[in-house]
Design a protein around this ligand. Structure first.
Ligand code: PMV
Length: 369
């Protein structure tokens, strides 16, 4: 791989305050970034994509987006975007808007031609939201180009989280391995509404290998977009009580995560999932995001926990699919339970075997100047 050369610094040379990209500067960056599943949910926002309450998530391992960006110095900005091999102009327009809103962060944009290719490791029609993994992967690619031009050794993950947040709130948490918290809370001095922080060293070891089996009850597109869902919170009669409850849940969940207190973990995690759905049910207009089989699975999980004493619990995203969360030592027992009792509630018997993961990974960086 060609070494970074001093002339890349020329990029910083000022021409009426404009950064100058060295002519001939080109290369390719490729990052893989995971999805995440929230334990305490972000639902309701204010200002520039700032959360109404703090949230905590597990970073996943298997549900990832791989994005590569081929870049080349050019007279003007241009962008092409391919998703799973097909050019996608609607998505390109969204990314272009995001980028042009951030010219201050990427001052080289108007002198670069970008070609982006993105693929998900999870099936397209799995009902799994990919905005967290795709937006964090994209931001990491862009910051890698920026890093090369500046001659810096490392990407600033705080900045990556901040930019990913603006693209898609929950993406702010995908930048970190294992577990992350986004949103200001008195319980954690380093927390911020602007970016997520890693909780990796606040976790009891039992959570570092936690399993997440995702049961696909429906692979249909979302009934209500996240954007619309967040905005419904503005007139939700229970909004203030919800934000207060989320703050209490953060405090108690953080303690449980440190102590390995599975009973409290289960109580808060399941209550958060139910609250998210209850909030949607009492919004105007009202939405029911669960399906009958979501409730069948929840009942079976509670019965299984009661009879076996295995600490299996569930959470839900803003849709009907069910995430089964449990310590790795129970993987065989839970997988048998899924195969024997739960796949019947899944569309085409589909479920995804995932677990807590190590965060984004750089797959390739090649620059040539
Ligand atoms: O990041 P968004 O705008 O797609 O919102 C995500 C909202 C939930 O997935 C329901 C909860 C969360 O905290 O991830």
């Amino acid at each position: 791989m060609p070494e970074f050369t001093f002339r890349h610094f020329l990029y910083l040379c000022s021409m009426n305050g404009q950064a100058k990209v060295p002519s001939g500067f080109h290369g390719i960056v490729k990052w893989q970034s995971p999805s995440n599943i929230a334990l305490v949910k972000y639902w309701g926002k204010k200002g520039v994509q700032l959360p109404q309450n703090p949230s905590i998530s597990f970073t996943l391992s298997q549900c990832r987006t791989e994005t590569s960006v081929t870049f080349e110095a050019a007279e003007n900005f241009s962008l092409r975007f391919y998703f799973e091999g097909n050019e996608n102009q609607a998505f390109a327009a969204k990314i272009e808007k995001f980028l042009l809103d951030h010219v201050a962060d990427f001052p080289w944009l108007n002198q670069m031609s970008l070609n982006m290719e993105s693929n998900n490791t999870f099936p397209h029609s799995s009902g799994i939201a990919s905005s967290a993994s795709s937006m964090s992967a994209l931001v990491l690619c862009l910051l890698d180009i920026d890093r090369m031009l500046k001659g810096e050794a490392e990407i600033d993950l705080k900045k990556a989280s901040c930019l990913a947040r603006i693209a898609s709130g929950s993406a702010s948490r995908s930048v970190f391995p294992m577990m992350a918290l986004w949103g200001k809370t008195d319980t954690l001095a380093t927390s911020s509404d602007e970016y997520a922080v890693s909780l990796e060293n606040q976790m009891n070891p039992i959570f570092k290998t936690y399993c997440d089996s995702i049961l696909i009850v429906s692979d249909a597109a979302k009934l209500v977009s996240s954007r619309a869902g967040h905005s419904l919170m503005e007139n939700n009669p229970y909004a203030a009580a919800r934000y207060a409850q989320a703050n209490r849940n953060i405090e108690n969940l953080l303690a449980a995560l440190r102590d390995g207190d599975l009973e409290t973990f289960i109580e808060i995690t399941e209550s958060e999932a139910m609250q998210l759905h209850a909030l949607m049910m009492c919004s105007t207009p009202s939405f029911i995001l669960m399906k009958p089989n979501t409730l069948n699975i929840i009942s079976e999980i509670r019965r299984f926990r009661e009879t076996t004493q295995i600490p299996l619990c569930f959470t839900l995203d803003a849709g009907p699919n069910v995430h089964l969360l449990y310590p790795k030592q129970y993987a065989d027992a839970v997988e048998t339970f899924i195969d024997e009792n739960l796949v019947r509630y899944c569309t085409d018997s589909k479920w995804i075997k995932d677990c807590v993961g190590n965060g984004p990974q750089k797959l390739m960086v090649m620059d040539a100047g």
